[in-house]
Design a protein around this ligand. Sequence first.
Ligand code: SF4
Ligand code: SF4
Length: 423
Amino acid sequence: MKCSSYNKYIQKDDKLFIYNYFTGSIVEIENINHFNALKNNDLNSISEQLKANLEDQGIIIDKQFNETNELKFSNLLARYSSDTLGLTIVNTLKCNFKCPYCYESRSNPSSMSIEIQNAVIDFVKNKWKESKFSNLFITFLGGEVFKDVGSIDYIMDNISKAQTEYNFNLSCSLITNGFEIDRYLDRLDRWMIKDVQITFDGDETNHNITRYDKNNTPSFHKIFSNMLLLLDKNIDLAIRLNLTTENIEDGYLFIDRLNKLDKKPYLYFGHVKNYGNSCNSGNCLSRSDFSNVHYKLTAYAVKNEVPCSILPNLHWNHCVADTINGYVIDPDGYLYKCWHYVGKKERSFANVKEYQKITNKENFYRFLIDENYLTDDGCKKCECLPICMGACPMERHDLGNKNCTHFKYNAEKYIELYCEQKV
Ligand code: SF4
Ligand code: SF4
């Protein structure tokens, strides 16, 4: 047996822990000599009972075993599984806001025609006939999704009929700026929405500086009260709090505000980034600075009983980009492998009307077969590889940046924070 290369050894006061990035397990070690021996990959002094426990948790593994092979296998399985169909449907590019960092096209924003809506419904039916998938995950994304509710009505009414006929599991979510959601609460049931994501750009003052509608109306209080309506409706609500160099303190104010609520949403922190020419705010945090802020705010949220994740979620592929059955569909029916390409037709690989006809093979295959996580020298040696898998393929390819997981810069602190909650 040997120790996994994805172990993180944590010594905090008189407590000793080992966290395994591959399995997500955390084991407390009672004896400092055992802890030091494991750290040095020396199993001679470890009892058979402890070895068996550590093996169950993936902290020690068979001596001959190359973990990277299992990682690659898990990645291939997740990439090429046909059991799940994941659709991100951009029903409209229209929006009621004009946020400075928005990456989506603002010139001539379109909504989905009835022809494309029918093509989306046929796409789902044909895909089911091809692969008999068991699960369909749909995310509606804009623009602002509520700028065209009719298209969602039509698509979801028909997909619901297809679900009854073909008997697949359906899970539907939407991402909205939240400004108009009070007018459409009844629609959430009709669309079978299980979860909603709303973004804030800080607490009241900073949010209102960046998130305003076309009449320059401040939006914070309206969105916050809409958020409460969703919580009353028992919708799973995730709040993305965007962070820049200029709104860090807002994180604390916002958490204080959530702390006063009886029902609280799930909170996570978004790293605002400069994607090409799309950002004109010039106040983006570096990745390591984002991680430092993220850690401090996570600790503060935990202390204030606001739900948030401390440890990373385990997943073996990255996103829609490296998933064979993941599609982003824009209002004109163009299909993409990345959310950030919406509206950039030169980045599409087909149209949903003729989805089997790949019109740009490079755009289709680029991320799907990308194995940078296995070839990049930094990633090969990185203990975070199982939770990061080489990070965002688009950023790596288009921007030449490795968007290393924020966890990497403060891993020990996150694990300590998690363990403090458990003991
Ligand atoms: S490739 Fe990167 S930017 Fe595109 S959808 Fe995936 S994670 Fe998002
Ligand atoms: S992108 Fe960075 S954090 Fe992710 S596996 Fe590679 S080196 Fe590690």
